[in-house]
Design a binder for this molecule. Structure first.
Ligand SMILES: Nc1ncnc2c1ncn2[C@@H]1O[C@H](COP(=O)(O)OP(=O)(O)OP(=O)(O)O)[C@@H](O)[C@H]1O
Ligand SMILES: [Mg+2]
Length: 388
């Protein structure tokens, strides 16, 4: 049908305040399109009706956070499945069931902002009762391995709510229209229970709608997603995560009240990370500071990988003063990942240059005494090196 996109937009807007005649007429249009062989268009329209029906069946009230209509999730609850493949659309982790010690280390201002957001979420029911609508959705974005998924898990723990994580393998189907239907089913499931819905790797389903290779399917998926996000906005908590925020559809981006970038860690966070990842290994403070200095620009996951490799080396070769630098040199040879980083290059250069660079660092303070321990030499040698 010509101008179908416009018709669909009108139907969607009209369905925000539906009445029986409207629903009957959209149903008729749907049947007519299907009969004329416009299966795709019929399905898009039926999704508009289906999402509304799901909403109605759940709603005695819009303020559902504190309402009896939202069920408490029990362990016997089954996540919905893809009708064709039977693959689950989500996995559920209950509070207390996740891995321990996951709390990501974030730079101080960011950590405070997240704390404030969680406090708001914890008081959401009270705020809603007082007529204030707190933002219930959060978009986390940033480089890979910066702790976004770990943060979502910690938020769910702090909220003491089950975490319903969308499973892309179940959600995305090669059958036309099925991905959109799966998304609607997933949201319907999440809306029924008191839980946090986590949409990790969100760009896989929320990308810009003008990709010429997607043959209309992504449009259908994103349109459904927009509708589902709108419906859920005041119903329950949603966290979406992406490494590719520039790929997100602009309308999806705007749907999120809180959009938080999780950046690569600053110097003080790196010091805390190295201390955590090397706990149990007898290293000195200056070693931790040095590793934090060296890992400028790396993600938490990369720092963890480096620390694990150092741990292995130290366990196998002893923890003498020389060993840490040796361990780092071996790691540099075994992993080409950061060979082009300027700090790695200084490290690979001679000790004198490195000592000079460290002694003038503005973020992490290295005293002559600590440098003497790091390089296993005397303070007067360090003093000579750094005077040059
Ligand atoms: N900020 C951090 N603090 C402490 N540990 C971290 C941090 N960032 C990453 N890690 C470590 O790296 C692991 C992987 O992090 P996570 O999977 O949460 O990153 P991500 O941002 O979701 O990555 P991706 O974008 O690749 O999915 C964590 O389990 C943790 O061990
Ligand atoms: Mg992740």
């Amino acid at each position: 049908m010509e101008n179908f996109a416009t018709v669909l937009a009108i139907c969607r807007t009209a369905m925000r305040s539906p009445n029986p005649t409207l629903i009957r007429n959209i149903g008729k249009l749907c049947d007519a399109l299907a009969k004329q062989g416009h299966g795709d268009q019929a399905e898009s329209l039926s999704l508009v009706l289906a999402t509304k029906k799901a909403t109605d069946s759940l709603a005695p009230t819009r303020v559902v956070l504190a309402a009896a209509s939202v069920e408490r999730m029990t362990r016997s609850v089954q996540a919905p499945v893809d009708k064709e493949s039977g693959a689950p659309l989500a996995s559920v982790v209950f509070p207390g069931e996740g891995e321990k010690g996951l709390e990501p280390i974030l730079d101080a201002p960011l950590s405070k902002a997240i704390e404030a957001l969680v406090a708001e979420w914890q008081s959401a029911a009270m705020l809603i009762k007082a007529g204030i609508r707190p933002p219930l959705n959060l978009l986390l974005y940033g480089a890979p391995g910066t702790g976004k998924t770990a943060l979502a898990k910690v938020i769910a723990e702090q909220m003491e709510l089950p975490l319903v994580t969308a499973r892309l393998d179940g959600l995305i189907s090669s059958f036309l229209g099925t991905t959109a239907r799966n998304i609607a089913n997933l949201f319907e499931f999440a809306n029924r229970y008191d839980c946090i819905l986590l949409l990790d790797e969100f760009d896989a389903v929320a990308k810009v709608r003008d990709d010429p290779h997607e043959l209309g399917e992504i449009k259908r998926v994103v349109n459904t997603l927009l509708q589902c996000l709108d419906d859920r906005r005041e119903r329950g908590f949603t966290i979406a995560i992406t490494n590719h925020e520039h790929l997100l559809d602009a309308a999806i981006w705007r749907r999120f009240d809180s959009r938080v970038e999780i950046p690569r860690p600053g110097a003080q966070s790196r010091v805390r990370m190295v201390a955590r990842f090397l706990s149990g290994v007898p290293v000195e403070e200056v070693d931790i500071d040095f590793l934090a200095w060296l890992t400028d620009g790396r993600s938490g996951a990369e720092i963890e990988t480096l620390c694990n490799s150092i741990k292995r080396y130290l366990v196998m070769n002893g923890t003498g003063r020389k060993s840490l630098l040796d361990a780092l040199r071996v790691n540099a040879l075994l992993s080409a990942d950061h060979s082009d980083s300027p700090r790695q290059a200084i490290f690979a250069d001679d000790s004198e240059k490195l000592a000079r660079r460290l002694s003038s660092d503005e973020e992490i303070r290295f005293t002559q005494e600590s440098l003497a321990r790091l390089f296993n030499t005397t303070q007067s040698t360090i003093s000579r090196w750094t005077r040059k």
